[in-house]
Design a protein around this ligand. Structure first.
Ligand code: T3D
Length: 262
């Protein structure tokens, strides 16, 4: 049986690939479990210091596998609140809480929960041909997996509402212009660019990166006062790391630092 998630280790970078290309890598329960397990392994593995999440084939991810939701097969309506609680919400929380940077390489269409799982990653790069589609309203659903939160925070209510209500596709270039993602790049160089960023991060002070991620994620929900306190606490922790000592020594000795993530 083909694995629904592939993991390849390249140096200190783990490349996690959603691998159900015939269904545009849409999620069934097996793929959910495989992705969660792969992320858990990377979180625990000291040799993994940055992650790339991407999709096999021409799409990134088309959200929920709708063949598992066929009303003719199911009879009564499934409890979608329960599937969010069991599968999608823990995945989004896991990506945000992971103390290692996650680069998403959106290789093609990202629709429904697939779009929002991409937005839950730390740095989102997209192939110029990729599109982001809040497909939910087309089937009578509400954006989930953090979509209403990410869209509203990054774009404001006007654009968030229009995207969510219409379900219209947003091109990678517009997504980058609007500040929804980091960059749109030529399709041919997507993985090269993702590997360059992830490789650079993996050689960096990865413990500090985990703290930076925590600080930035907390910022928009905090007052300035609360955020200053958080920065104080995180800086105290960063200041005790080997990487801080190494960073300062390397600067003073005019040599490149050798960070270990400790
Ligand atoms: O249910 C719960 O637990 C609640 C949680 C919900 C989370 C959600 O994500 S709900 C939203 C679900 N996703 C969608 O509604 C998107 C459905 N897909 C599409 O609208 C289109 O496929 C795309 C716009 C993404 C891409 O269009 P296109 O024309 O490039 O490709 P295509 O021909 O539609 O798809 C290619 C194949 O993938 C096709 O199979 P076939 O005909 O070649 O055998 C298509 O059926 C399959 N596919 C695409 N998306 C899904 C899918 N199969 C199952 N589920 C999918 N979501």
């Amino acid at each position: 049986v083909e694995e629904s998630v592939l993991v390849e280790q390249r140096g200190n970078v783990a490349i996690i690939t959603l691998n159900r290309p015939d269904k545009l890598n849409s999620f069934n329960e097996v793929q959910h479990a495989a992705l969660r397990a792969a992320l858990d392994r990377c979180a625990d593995d000291e040799a993994c210091r940055a992650i790339i999440l991407t999709g096999a084939g021409r799409g990134f991810c088309a959200g929920q596998d709708l063949s598992d939701r066929d009303p003719a097969m199911l009879g009564e309506a499934p409890d979608l609140g329960r599937t969010l609680e069991t599968f999608y919400n823990p995945l989004v929380r896991q990506l945000r809480a992971l103390p290692k940077p996650v680069v998403c390489a959106v290789n093609g269409v990202a629709a429904g929960a697939g779009a929002n799982i991409a937005l839950a990653c730390d740095i989102v790069l997209a192939a110029r041909s990729a599109k982001f589609i809040q497909a939910f309203s087309k089937i009578g659903l509400v954006p989930d997996s953090g979509g209403t939160w990410f869209l509203t925070r990054h774009l404001g209510e006007a654009r968030a509402k229009a995207l969510a209500l219409t379900g219209d596709a947003l091109s990678a270039e517009t997504a980058a212009e609007w500040g929804l993602i980091w960059r749109a790049v030529d399709d041919a160089v997507l993985m090269e660019e993702a590997l360059a960023i992830a490789g650079r991060l993996a050689d960096g002070p990865t413990h500090a990166y985990g703290l930076i991620k925590q600080a930035i994620q907390a910022a928009s929900g905090n007052t300035l006062d609360a955020q200053l306190d958080l920065e104080r606490d995180l800086q105290r922790e960063a200041g005790r790391s080997d990487d801080y000592r190494e960073g300062v020594s390397a600067f003073l000795e005019k040599r490149p630092p050798r960070f270990t993530g400790l």
